[in-house]
Write a protein that binds this ligand. Structure first.
Ligand SMILES: [Zn+2]
Length: 403
Protein backbone atom coordinates (compact mmCIF):
# COMPACT_ATOMS: atom_id res chain seq x y z
CA UNK A 1 0.00 0.00 0.00
CA UNK A 2 1.50 3.38 -0.93
CA UNK A 3 2.19 5.70 1.96
CA UNK A 4 2.34 9.49 1.91
CA UNK A 5 5.88 10.86 1.72
CA UNK A 6 7.02 11.38 5.28
CA UNK A 7 7.77 14.89 6.48
CA UNK A 8 10.79 14.85 8.78
CA UNK A 9 10.02 15.83 12.37
CA UNK A 10 9.06 19.48 12.82
CA UNK A 11 11.74 21.70 14.37
CA UNK A 12 11.61 21.85 18.17
CA UNK A 13 11.53 24.83 20.51
CA UNK A 14 15.23 24.64 21.46
CA UNK A 15 16.41 24.38 17.86
CA UNK A 16 14.26 27.35 16.83
CA UNK A 17 15.63 29.28 19.79
CA UNK A 18 19.18 28.67 18.58
CA UNK A 19 18.32 29.77 15.06
CA UNK A 20 16.62 32.90 16.45
CA UNK A 21 19.63 33.66 18.64
CA UNK A 22 21.92 33.36 15.62
CA UNK A 23 20.21 36.23 13.79
CA UNK A 24 19.21 38.29 16.84
CA UNK A 25 21.93 40.90 16.37
CA UNK A 26 20.84 41.53 12.77
CA UNK A 27 17.16 41.76 13.78
CA UNK A 28 17.90 44.25 16.56
CA UNK A 29 19.93 46.31 14.08
CA UNK A 30 17.03 46.20 11.59
CA UNK A 31 14.61 47.28 14.31
CA UNK A 32 16.83 50.23 15.24
CA UNK A 33 17.19 51.29 11.62
CA UNK A 34 13.41 51.33 11.28
CA UNK A 35 13.04 53.10 14.61
CA UNK A 36 15.44 55.84 13.52
CA UNK A 37 13.66 56.29 10.18
CA UNK A 38 9.95 55.75 10.88
CA UNK A 39 7.54 56.02 7.95
CA UNK A 40 3.92 57.08 8.38
CA UNK A 41 0.92 55.19 6.99
CA UNK A 42 1.06 55.02 3.21
CA UNK A 43 4.72 56.08 3.05
CA UNK A 44 6.45 52.80 4.01
CA UNK A 45 8.62 52.73 0.87
CA UNK A 46 11.98 52.27 2.59
CA UNK A 47 10.65 49.85 5.22
CA UNK A 48 9.05 47.69 2.52
CA UNK A 49 12.29 47.67 0.50
CA UNK A 50 14.28 46.53 3.54
CA UNK A 51 11.77 43.75 4.25
CA UNK A 52 11.68 42.59 0.63
CA UNK A 53 15.48 42.52 0.42
CA UNK A 54 15.89 40.44 3.58
CA UNK A 55 13.23 37.94 2.57
CA UNK A 56 14.49 37.52 -0.99
CA UNK A 57 17.95 36.86 0.42
CA UNK A 58 16.41 34.18 2.65
CA UNK A 59 14.96 32.42 -0.40
CA UNK A 60 11.31 33.42 -0.15
CA UNK A 61 9.19 34.37 -3.15
CA UNK A 62 8.50 38.07 -2.65
CA UNK A 63 5.84 40.34 -4.17
CA UNK A 64 6.00 44.08 -3.47
CA UNK A 65 3.50 46.89 -3.99
CA UNK A 66 0.51 44.90 -2.72
CA UNK A 67 -2.19 47.35 -1.59
CA UNK A 68 0.29 50.23 -1.49
CA UNK A 69 3.65 49.39 0.06
CA UNK A 70 2.53 45.93 1.22
CA UNK A 71 4.98 43.04 0.86
CA UNK A 72 3.91 39.40 0.53
CA UNK A 73 6.52 36.67 0.90
CA UNK A 74 5.86 32.96 0.43
CA UNK A 75 7.91 30.19 2.00
CA UNK A 76 7.03 27.04 0.12
CA UNK A 77 8.28 23.59 0.95
CA UNK A 78 7.34 22.60 -2.59
CA UNK A 79 5.23 19.81 -1.13
CA UNK A 80 1.70 19.17 0.02
CA UNK A 81 0.12 20.72 3.05
CA UNK A 82 -1.92 23.66 4.26
CA UNK A 83 -1.08 27.36 3.99
CA UNK A 84 -0.89 29.48 7.10
CA UNK A 85 -0.34 33.24 7.05
CA UNK A 86 1.46 35.61 9.39
CA UNK A 87 0.86 39.36 9.32
CA UNK A 88 3.10 42.20 10.54
CA UNK A 89 2.30 45.91 10.25
CA UNK A 90 4.98 48.41 9.24
CA UNK A 91 3.85 52.02 9.76
CA UNK A 92 4.75 54.54 12.44
CA UNK A 93 2.56 56.81 14.57
CA UNK A 94 2.12 60.50 13.69
CA UNK A 95 3.70 61.84 16.89
CA UNK A 96 7.01 62.99 18.26
CA UNK A 97 9.01 60.61 20.40
CA UNK A 98 10.29 61.70 23.78
CA UNK A 99 13.97 61.19 23.03
CA UNK A 100 15.08 58.42 25.31
CA UNK A 101 17.34 56.22 23.25
CA UNK A 102 20.28 56.65 20.93
CA UNK A 103 18.21 55.37 18.02
CA UNK A 104 15.20 57.66 18.57
CA UNK A 105 13.25 58.91 15.57
CA UNK A 106 15.13 61.32 13.31
CA UNK A 107 11.88 62.23 11.56
CA UNK A 108 9.81 65.06 13.06
CA UNK A 109 6.16 64.05 13.53
CA UNK A 110 6.75 60.32 13.07
CA UNK A 111 7.75 57.71 15.64
CA UNK A 112 7.45 53.98 16.18
CA UNK A 113 5.34 54.34 19.32
CA UNK A 114 3.20 51.28 18.55
CA UNK A 115 6.08 48.84 18.20
CA UNK A 116 5.53 48.12 14.51
CA UNK A 117 9.33 48.31 14.06
CA UNK A 118 9.55 45.29 16.37
CA UNK A 119 6.70 43.63 14.50
CA UNK A 120 8.65 43.99 11.23
CA UNK A 121 11.90 42.69 12.74
CA UNK A 122 10.07 39.72 14.29
CA UNK A 123 8.24 38.93 11.03
CA UNK A 124 11.53 38.97 9.11
CA UNK A 125 13.09 36.81 11.82
CA UNK A 126 10.30 34.19 11.72
CA UNK A 127 10.63 33.98 7.94
CA UNK A 128 14.40 33.59 8.10
CA UNK A 129 14.26 30.94 10.84
CA UNK A 130 11.57 28.92 9.08
CA UNK A 131 13.46 29.21 5.80
CA UNK A 132 16.34 27.39 7.47
CA UNK A 133 14.08 24.42 8.29
CA UNK A 134 11.80 24.62 5.24
CA UNK A 135 12.26 20.96 4.28
CA UNK A 136 10.73 19.98 7.61
CA UNK A 137 7.63 22.18 7.40
CA UNK A 138 4.30 20.55 6.73
CA UNK A 139 3.09 23.18 4.25
CA UNK A 140 3.43 26.76 3.09
CA UNK A 141 3.81 29.97 5.11
CA UNK A 142 2.71 33.33 3.70
CA UNK A 143 4.14 36.46 5.31
CA UNK A 144 1.99 39.58 4.95
CA UNK A 145 3.80 42.84 5.72
CA UNK A 146 1.04 45.41 5.88
CA UNK A 147 1.26 49.18 5.44
CA UNK A 148 -1.08 51.82 6.88
CA UNK A 149 -2.43 50.12 10.00
CA UNK A 150 -2.64 53.35 11.97
CA UNK A 151 -5.08 54.83 9.44
CA UNK A 152 -7.03 51.51 9.24
CA UNK A 153 -6.50 51.56 5.46
CA UNK A 154 -3.75 49.01 4.80
CA UNK A 155 -5.50 45.72 5.51
CA UNK A 156 -8.44 46.72 3.31
CA UNK A 157 -6.08 47.78 0.50
CA UNK A 158 -4.13 44.49 0.61
CA UNK A 159 -7.33 42.42 0.67
CA UNK A 160 -8.79 44.41 -2.23
CA UNK A 161 -5.52 43.84 -4.08
CA UNK A 162 -6.18 40.10 -3.75
CA UNK A 163 -3.63 38.99 -1.16
CA UNK A 164 -6.01 36.42 0.35
CA UNK A 165 -7.50 35.31 -2.97
CA UNK A 166 -4.05 34.62 -4.37
CA UNK A 167 -2.53 32.88 -1.33
CA UNK A 168 -5.68 31.27 0.15
CA UNK A 169 -4.41 30.77 3.72
CA UNK A 170 -6.31 28.39 5.97
CA UNK A 171 -5.62 30.67 8.94
CA UNK A 172 -3.77 33.90 9.78
CA UNK A 173 -1.85 34.94 12.89
CA UNK A 174 -0.24 38.12 14.23
CA UNK A 175 1.64 39.45 17.24
CA UNK A 176 1.31 42.85 18.87
CA UNK A 177 3.64 44.37 21.46
CA UNK A 178 2.02 44.61 24.87
CA UNK A 179 2.88 45.97 28.34
CA UNK A 180 3.64 42.51 29.76
CA UNK A 181 7.10 41.42 30.89
CA UNK A 182 9.37 39.87 28.23
CA UNK A 183 8.61 36.16 28.05
CA UNK A 184 4.92 36.67 28.83
CA UNK A 185 2.05 36.52 26.32
CA UNK A 186 -1.68 37.21 26.30
CA UNK A 187 -4.41 35.70 24.15
CA UNK A 188 -7.93 37.03 23.54
CA UNK A 189 -10.24 34.13 22.65
CA UNK A 190 -13.42 35.67 21.22
CA UNK A 191 -12.18 39.18 21.98
CA UNK A 192 -9.67 41.60 20.50
CA UNK A 193 -10.01 45.32 19.75
CA UNK A 194 -13.14 47.37 19.20
CA UNK A 195 -14.12 49.02 15.94
CA UNK A 196 -14.65 52.72 15.47
CA UNK A 197 -17.54 55.04 14.65
CA UNK A 198 -17.04 58.69 13.73
CA UNK A 199 -19.50 61.51 13.23
CA UNK A 200 -19.84 65.28 13.21
CA UNK A 201 -22.71 67.36 14.52
CA UNK A 202 -23.22 70.82 13.02
CA UNK A 203 -25.09 73.26 15.24
CA UNK A 204 -26.19 76.56 13.63
CA UNK A 205 -27.55 79.85 14.92
CA UNK A 206 -27.06 82.20 17.85
CA UNK A 207 -27.34 79.45 20.49
CA UNK A 208 -24.84 77.24 18.69
CA UNK A 209 -22.11 77.44 21.30
CA UNK A 210 -24.37 76.33 24.17
CA UNK A 211 -26.12 73.72 22.03
CA UNK A 212 -22.75 72.35 20.86
CA UNK A 213 -21.50 72.09 24.43
CA UNK A 214 -24.65 70.20 25.44
CA UNK A 215 -24.30 67.76 22.57
CA UNK A 216 -20.63 67.30 23.35
CA UNK A 217 -21.51 66.42 26.93
CA UNK A 218 -24.10 63.95 25.61
CA UNK A 219 -21.43 62.26 23.41
CA UNK A 220 -18.87 62.09 26.21
CA UNK A 221 -21.59 60.77 28.54
CA UNK A 222 -21.97 57.66 26.36
CA UNK A 223 -18.64 56.35 27.71
CA UNK A 224 -18.89 53.49 30.16
CA UNK A 225 -15.13 53.38 30.77
CA UNK A 226 -12.14 55.73 30.84
CA UNK A 227 -8.51 55.24 29.80
CA UNK A 228 -6.27 54.41 32.77
CA UNK A 229 -4.23 57.30 34.18
CA UNK A 230 -2.82 56.04 37.47
CA UNK A 231 -1.09 52.79 38.48
CA UNK A 232 -4.31 51.90 40.36
CA UNK A 233 -6.32 52.42 37.14
CA UNK A 234 -3.92 50.11 35.29
CA UNK A 235 -4.19 47.41 37.94
CA UNK A 236 -7.98 47.62 37.73
CA UNK A 237 -7.86 47.45 33.95
CA UNK A 238 -5.88 44.20 34.10
CA UNK A 239 -8.41 42.79 36.54
CA UNK A 240 -11.32 43.87 34.35
CA UNK A 241 -9.70 42.38 31.23
CA UNK A 242 -9.08 39.01 32.87
CA UNK A 243 -12.55 38.68 34.45
CA UNK A 244 -15.07 36.63 32.42
CA UNK A 245 -18.30 38.62 31.97
CA UNK A 246 -16.64 41.47 33.85
CA UNK A 247 -17.19 45.21 33.50
CA UNK A 248 -15.50 45.31 30.08
CA UNK A 249 -17.59 42.52 28.54
CA UNK A 250 -19.55 45.40 26.98
CA UNK A 251 -18.30 48.97 26.77
CA UNK A 252 -18.47 52.32 25.04
CA UNK A 253 -15.61 54.79 24.93
CA UNK A 254 -16.38 58.13 23.30
CA UNK A 255 -14.56 61.41 22.80
CA UNK A 256 -15.32 64.71 21.13
CA UNK A 257 -14.08 68.19 20.33
CA UNK A 258 -15.86 71.47 19.57
CA UNK A 259 -14.74 74.02 16.98
CA UNK A 260 -16.25 77.10 15.33
CA UNK A 261 -17.80 76.38 11.92
CA UNK A 262 -19.43 78.64 9.31
CA UNK A 263 -22.74 79.81 10.87
CA UNK A 264 -22.26 77.97 14.15
CA UNK A 265 -20.13 75.24 15.70
CA UNK A 266 -19.15 71.69 14.82
CA UNK A 267 -18.81 68.80 17.28
CA UNK A 268 -16.43 66.12 15.99
CA UNK A 269 -16.88 62.79 17.76
CA UNK A 270 -15.43 59.29 17.77
CA UNK A 271 -16.72 56.27 19.56
CA UNK A 272 -15.56 52.70 20.21
CA UNK A 273 -18.08 50.09 21.37
CA UNK A 274 -18.09 46.38 22.14
CA UNK A 275 -19.67 44.37 20.68
CA UNK A 276 -20.28 45.83 17.19
CA UNK A 277 -24.02 45.18 17.50
CA UNK A 278 -24.21 48.21 19.81
CA UNK A 279 -23.41 50.80 17.16
CA UNK A 280 -26.91 50.99 15.65
CA UNK A 281 -28.55 51.64 19.03
CA UNK A 282 -25.93 54.25 19.88
CA UNK A 283 -26.50 55.98 16.52
CA UNK A 284 -30.23 56.12 17.28
CA UNK A 285 -29.53 57.73 20.65
CA UNK A 286 -27.23 60.29 19.02
CA UNK A 287 -29.87 61.09 16.36
CA UNK A 288 -32.54 61.61 19.04
CA UNK A 289 -30.29 63.96 21.02
CA UNK A 290 -29.41 65.93 17.89
CA UNK A 291 -33.10 66.28 16.95
CA UNK A 292 -33.71 68.05 20.25
CA UNK A 293 -31.24 70.82 19.30
CA UNK A 294 -32.87 73.29 16.85
CA UNK A 295 -31.33 73.09 13.37
CA UNK A 296 -28.56 70.68 14.42
CA UNK A 297 -27.53 67.95 11.95
CA UNK A 298 -25.47 64.80 12.46
CA UNK A 299 -23.34 63.20 9.72
CA UNK A 300 -21.89 59.71 10.24
CA UNK A 301 -18.68 58.83 8.41
CA UNK A 302 -19.95 55.76 6.56
CA UNK A 303 -20.48 52.47 8.38
CA UNK A 304 -18.60 51.88 11.66
CA UNK A 305 -15.18 50.24 11.18
CA UNK A 306 -15.56 46.66 12.44
CA UNK A 307 -13.94 45.18 15.52
CA UNK A 308 -11.13 42.62 15.55
CA UNK A 309 -12.41 39.33 16.97
CA UNK A 310 -9.87 36.56 17.60
CA UNK A 311 -10.83 32.94 16.92
CA UNK A 312 -11.40 31.17 20.26
CA UNK A 313 -9.98 27.88 18.91
CA UNK A 314 -6.80 29.37 17.46
CA UNK A 315 -6.28 31.55 20.55
CA UNK A 316 -6.48 28.40 22.66
CA UNK A 317 -4.10 26.60 20.31
CA UNK A 318 -1.60 29.45 20.65
CA UNK A 319 -1.97 29.47 24.43
CA UNK A 320 -1.33 25.72 24.56
CA UNK A 321 1.79 26.00 22.38
CA UNK A 322 3.16 28.96 24.36
CA UNK A 323 2.54 27.30 27.74
CA UNK A 324 4.29 24.18 26.56
CA UNK A 325 7.24 26.26 25.33
CA UNK A 326 7.54 28.92 28.05
CA UNK A 327 5.83 27.44 31.09
CA UNK A 328 2.30 27.24 32.49
CA UNK A 329 2.30 30.84 33.75
CA UNK A 330 3.54 32.44 30.54
CA UNK A 331 0.10 33.08 29.06
CA UNK A 332 -2.62 35.42 30.33
CA UNK A 333 -6.09 34.87 28.95
CA UNK A 334 -8.06 38.07 28.38
CA UNK A 335 -11.85 37.82 28.58
CA UNK A 336 -12.50 41.31 27.25
CA UNK A 337 -11.14 43.68 24.64
CA UNK A 338 -8.91 46.68 25.27
CA UNK A 339 -11.27 49.65 24.84
CA UNK A 340 -8.56 52.09 23.82
CA UNK A 341 -7.28 50.90 20.46
CA UNK A 342 -8.47 49.52 17.14
CA UNK A 343 -6.78 47.11 14.72
CA UNK A 344 -7.43 46.62 11.04
CA UNK A 345 -6.07 43.05 11.33
CA UNK A 346 -9.76 42.50 12.13
CA UNK A 347 -10.51 42.77 8.39
CA UNK A 348 -8.28 39.75 7.70
CA UNK A 349 -10.06 37.88 10.51
CA UNK A 350 -13.40 38.55 8.82
CA UNK A 351 -12.13 36.60 5.79
CA UNK A 352 -9.88 33.94 7.36
CA UNK A 353 -9.91 32.32 10.82
CA UNK A 354 -7.07 33.65 12.92
CA UNK A 355 -5.99 35.52 16.00
CA UNK A 356 -3.62 38.14 17.37
CA UNK A 357 -1.47 37.56 20.45
CA UNK A 358 0.19 40.05 22.78
CA UNK A 359 3.95 39.68 23.10
CA UNK A 360 5.37 41.11 26.32
CA UNK A 361 7.94 43.85 25.63
CA UNK A 362 8.11 45.46 29.10
CA UNK A 363 10.76 45.17 31.75
CA UNK A 364 9.22 46.55 34.96
CA UNK A 365 12.52 46.18 36.86
CA UNK A 366 14.30 48.67 34.61
CA UNK A 367 11.27 50.91 33.93
CA UNK A 368 10.76 49.77 30.32
CA UNK A 369 7.02 50.38 30.02
CA UNK A 370 6.19 48.44 26.83
CA UNK A 371 2.97 50.47 26.56
CA UNK A 372 2.08 51.05 22.88
CA UNK A 373 1.04 54.59 21.94
CA UNK A 374 2.43 56.08 25.16
CA UNK A 375 4.60 59.10 24.21
CA UNK A 376 7.48 57.50 26.11
CA UNK A 377 6.89 54.00 24.72
CA UNK A 378 10.02 51.90 25.19
CA UNK A 379 10.31 48.21 24.33
CA UNK A 380 12.77 45.63 25.60
CA UNK A 381 14.50 44.28 22.50
CA UNK A 382 14.96 40.84 24.06
CA UNK A 383 11.32 40.39 23.06
CA UNK A 384 12.37 40.15 19.40
CA UNK A 385 14.11 36.84 19.93
CA UNK A 386 11.20 35.55 22.02
CA UNK A 387 8.68 36.55 19.36
CA UNK A 388 10.69 34.88 16.59
CA UNK A 389 11.12 31.63 18.47
CA UNK A 390 7.52 31.56 19.71
CA UNK A 391 5.86 32.23 16.36
CA UNK A 392 8.26 30.10 14.29
CA UNK A 393 7.31 27.21 16.57
CA UNK A 394 3.62 27.99 16.61
CA UNK A 395 3.31 28.43 12.83
CA UNK A 396 5.19 25.21 12.24
CA UNK A 397 2.86 23.45 14.68
CA UNK A 398 -0.14 24.86 12.79
CA UNK A 399 1.19 23.36 9.54
CA UNK A 400 1.14 19.98 11.26
CA UNK A 401 -2.34 20.50 12.78
CA UNK A 402 -5.47 18.94 11.32
CA UNK A 403 -7.94 21.51 9.96
ZN1 LIG B 1 -0.16 48.75 16.53
Amino acid sequence: MPTAPAVPPAPGHAELGELAAGIDGELVALRRTLHRHPELAGQERRTAALVAGRLRAAGLTVTTGVGGHGVVAVLDRAGEGPTVAYRADMDAVPADEEPAEGFSSRVPGAAHLCGHDLHVAIGVGIARVLARVRERLGGRVVFVFQPAEETLAGARAMIEDGVLDRTRPREIHALHCGPLPVGAFAVMPGFGHPGLDRFTIDVPGPGAEAGGRRLRAMVDGLSTTTPPRTPEDRARLVEDLTTPDGPLARFVLAGSSLAPAPGGVRVSAWLRAWPDSRYSGIRDAVRRAVESAPGARVTFAGEPFPSMVCSPELSEAAAAHLREAYGPDAVTVLHASFPFAGEDFGLFLRRVPGAMYFLGVADPASGVNGAPHAPDFVADERAIRVGVQAMAGFLSSRLAAQP
